[in-house]
Design a protein around this ligand. Sequence first.
Ligand SMILES: C=CC1=C(C)c2cc3[nH]c(cc4nc(cc5[nH]c(cc1n2)c(C)c5CCC(=O)O)C(CCC(=O)O)=C4C)c(C)c3C=C
Ligand SMILES: [Fe+2]
Ligand SMILES: [Fe+2]
Length: 322
Amino acid sequence: MPPKKTGVLLVNLGSPAEPTVAAVRRFLGEFLRDPRVVNLPRPLWWLILNLFVLPLRPRRSFLAYRKIWDKKGSPLIYLTRRLAEKIASALAAKNIAVREAMRYGEPSIASQLRAFRKAGVDRVSILPLYPQYSSTTTASVFDAAAAELMQWRHIPEIRFIGDYHRDPGYIAAVANSIRQYWHLHGKHERLLMSFHGLPEMLTKLGDPYFTHCERTAAAIAEQLSLQDHEWQIVFQSRFGKAEWLKPYCLDTLQELPKRGVKTVDIVCPGFAVDCLETLEEIAIANKQAFLKAGGSAYHYIPALNDSDAHADVLVNLLLSSD
Ligand SMILES: C=CC1=C(C)c2cc3[nH]c(cc4nc(cc5[nH]c(cc1n2)c(C)c5CCC(=O)O)C(CCC(=O)O)=C4C)c(C)c3C=C
Ligand SMILES: [Fe+2]
Ligand SMILES: [Fe+2]
């Protein structure tokens, strides 16, 4: 028997193809039609999506995308690509092929699975770049891979990594990056650990995301030997009218100065690489809101991005067998 040939598929959320209203509308259309992302009854959601969300939101979102887009394109896409390239160099010696895919937009999960098939890969590890599992993100990656493989006669062996929020290497890498940031820029009164939000209802229905976020934040605080008053967890990027996980990031930032906390550091451990939600919402919009509410210093600590430390964490995760 010839040895198995392994491929690693790193999957991130995706971005529009370009920062224009039309491209953002196409991207949001694909994203928000996913029943994992919005769980309302289909006919009702179809009406809301087509009558209100898709005609209106892209006009606002594309301006936000313009602020973070650079010559290299969407940060989420090129940072994920560069991270994948680093992991590929590290795994080349073991004859493991590495590709990156986007759940929405390009390069798609289906196209990259087909590229593996063409290259003779018969064992695939799928690593969604979401440290904390959520049905809206992680499970949706699984759905997309399964939808493609349903059409294959000879499916590869599959390993699906559901989360890595408790991985000691990941926790240490985030804690080290905070420490290094403090070393260069000073430590401020409070560290906010901000995670992407989720409708609260999903937690009641069994989504473990909230627990995963709580555990991540507590483990990072412990590594940094922080006292309770020195840090807190918040949830950002609320979408729509339902109740989402609390405390809300923006509300917290607007209240802190009134309670005497005027300087903050903010880190987003749930985002493997920087993207619209960190670079625009956290580093620009929420900073303005905090300063307007009476804050005096606000420091965003970047994601692990394409750092060597991040590539090491994921290589170790991929090579571990449990
Ligand atoms: C119902 C809406 C949404 C849910 C649920 C949701 C969960 C969720 N999202 C991420 C990670 C990212 N989201 C990003 C952008 C983004 N998210 C939503 C909505 C929901 N997300 C929208 C509409 C958008 C697009 C921008 C906008 O119009 O506001 C991104 C950034 C993409 C980029 O191009 O940079 C990421 C990453 C997680 C981790 C998550 C649940 C845990
Ligand atoms: Fe999102
Ligand atoms: Fe947002």
